[in-house]
Design a protein around this ligand. Structure first.
Ligand SMILES: Cc1cc2nc3c(=O)[nH]c(=O)nc-3n(C[C@H](O)[C@H](O)[C@H](O)COP(=O)(O)OP(=O)(O)OC[C@H]3O[C@@H](n4cnc5c(N)ncnc54)[C@H](O)[C@@H]3O)c2cc1C
Length: 488
């Protein structure tokens, strides 16, 4: 039953639900799904939570499910996280963000009485599948349900070879993604449905430790090579067989940094978010929380509650539209359309217009390498690419110009899509996320409608870098990222 208390009222948030409550049971019924058909292992010594995309202990539905299952079975809970050199675009940038958060998790686990371990596989030929060895002694395995970054495929492969029950739990969305079984057409079709459920889904839960603690003997007997996270993480990363040409970014990783950023955003920028978010020369006009959200260091529900507590629901509406409607539209897309990384995901009208304009002369054609090195004729585009390489992100408005421009600078639409996915997944700290593919495909007409016909664009909505100079202080943005390079 939805809460009767309006969000933003002095009584919001309501009293948190207990982990044993009907609210939590109902949420988990929507969020959890079995990935194989194996039974629970009767001789299992613990419940294993294999942490993948939700890299936090608070507001984590998979951890809640695992804790409830551990209590039901009277078993302790072990939390395992691993990092391999084999994921797509494995780099110092991504490794560093994950490892520094893991260090904080280890400290929290130590203080909070949770059993958390981290295993780093440094080289491709090193012994692999530490999780399999731990899972071999588990009654059941709980993991995160996440459609991108290779996690769905990894989970599927693991579940196929695991001899006990494997359950994947979705914690990415505020409103459980399972409520929307079909692919949504546009923000306008999803918006009323997610917004009607938002109030209920935001009700807080009082997380609790599992009743049984793992004995020291059990903990020591798990034969995996645990990483000492208090050690030299940069040195560990240097020893990994990954792409060292993509360096870490200055952005501090971890929940503490995420919550500090959230607080600052709610105090400073949120009251004028609608206006400030549209100015790329104002780097703090939006939350810049996407890397923390992508790695699950903070939950979207925590962000939404903080925003509503700061300015009330009406004041937060514009921000919630991005955080909930657009973010969950992207999740729905990645879950319900297996072609989310290909042009095949686009609607029929886009295919018709692309076919009609495939042979149009392109003003210029760039290779992927030229784009990656920011070697185009346009200083504003180069500035956005340089921001991406330097910081792991591009301002939201510039991200649209960045994506749309490439559509007209390649021989085929497919080249454009693949270049964008490559650049974004490789350099963006929030890359490989459902919102990555939702955002990039939006540049090609996904979630949109036909506009006026133009060369190369066809009826896809066009965006011109020249016009950007009239809309915001593009010269300041450009100077900031290009150094001394002057305007057009
Ligand atoms: C070409 C292109 C590529 C993109 N790639 C990514 C990506 O790799 N990862 C990513 O998280 N987002 C991506 N987006 C969506 C959007 O640009 C970013 O989410 C946003 O700029 C992040 O900045 P912020 O955290 O300050 O957002 P805020 O404005 O503060 O919004 C809060 C949160 O809402 C979500 N959000 C905001 N806008 C969108 C949107 N349009 N679609 C989906 N979710 C949204 C994000 O999680 C964001 O952190 C892309 C958009 C485009 C056009």
């Amino acid at each position: 039953m939805p809460s009767e208390q309006p969000i933003g009222s002095p009584r919001y948030p309501p009293v948190p639900h207990a982990l044993t409550s009907a609210f939590v049971r109902d949420q988990l019924a929507l969020r959890a799904r079995s990935v194989n058909t194996q039974p629970e292992r009767r001789t299992g010594e613990f419940v294993l939570y294999w942490m993948q995309s939700t890299q936090r202990f608070a507001d984590n539905w998979a951890l809640r499910f695992a804790t409830r299952e551990a209590n039901r079975l009277g078993l302790p809970l072990i939390i395992h996280q691993g990092l391999d050199p084999t994921y797509e675009h494995a780099s110092d940038r991504i490794h560093s963000f994950i490892l520094h958060n893991a260090r904080e998790l280890a400290q929290r686990a130590e203080r909070g009485g949770l059993r958390y371990q981290f295993v780093l596989r440094r080289r491709r030929n090193d012994d692999r599948r530490a999780v399999d060895r731990v899972a071999a002694r588990a009654a059941l395995v709980v993991t995160d349900d996440f459609p991108t970054a290779g996690i769905a495929e990894r989970t599927q492969r693991f579940a196929a070879r695991c001899a006990c029950r494997v359950v994947a739990v979705e914690s990415h969305a505020i409103v459980p993604a399972a409520l929307f079984v079909k692919e949504e057409w546009a923000a306008r079709t999803l918006r009323p449905k997610v917004m009607a459920n938002l109030l209920h889904a935001l009700e807080p839960v009082a997380d609790a430790l599992p009743r049984e603690d793992a004995s020291e003997a059990l903990w020591r007997s798990l034969e995996v090579d645990r990483l000492d996270l208090s050690g030299d993480l940069a040195g560990e990363i240097a020893r990994c067989e990954i792409d060292h040409s993509v360096p870490p970014v200055p952005l501090k990783s971890g929940r503490r940094a995420a919550l500090a950023r959230l607080r600052k955003f709610c105090d400073d920028a949120l009251p004028r978010y609608d206006e400030r978010r549209s100015d790329p020369a104002d780097p703090d006009g939006s939350s810049r929380l996407s890397p923390y959200l992508h790695f699950g260091q903070v939950s979207a529900a925590e962000v939404a509650r903080a925003a509503i507590a700061a300015v009330g629901r009406p004041g937060a509406e514009r921000f919630l539209d991005e955080l909930v409607t657009w973010r969950e539209l992207a999740l729905n897309f990645a879950l319900r359309n297996l072609n989310f990384r290909s042009l095949a995901a686009l609607p029929d009208w886009v295919h018709r217009t692309m076919a009609a304009h495939a042979q149009d002369a392109r003003e210029v054609v760039y290779t992927r390498e030229q784009l990656e090195r920011a070697e185009t004729h346009h200083p504003l585009w180069n500035a956005a690419q340089r921001e991406l390489v330097a910081t792991g992100s591009i301002h939201n408005v510039m991200r649209m110009y960045w994506g749309k421009s490439v559509l007209t600078w390649t021989a085929t639409y497919d080249d454009a899509l693949q270049h964008l996915i490559h650049l974004n997944d490789k350099w963006a700290l929030d890359g490989r996320d459902p919102s990555s593919y939702g955002g990039i495909q939006w540049c090609f007409g996904k979630f949109d409608r036909p506009w006026g016909e133009r060369p190369v664009w066809g009826t896809i909505r066009s965006m011109s870098l020249e016009r950007a100079y009239k809309k915001f202080d593009a010269l300041s943005y450009q100077r900031r990222w290009n150094g001394e390079e002057s305007g057009l």
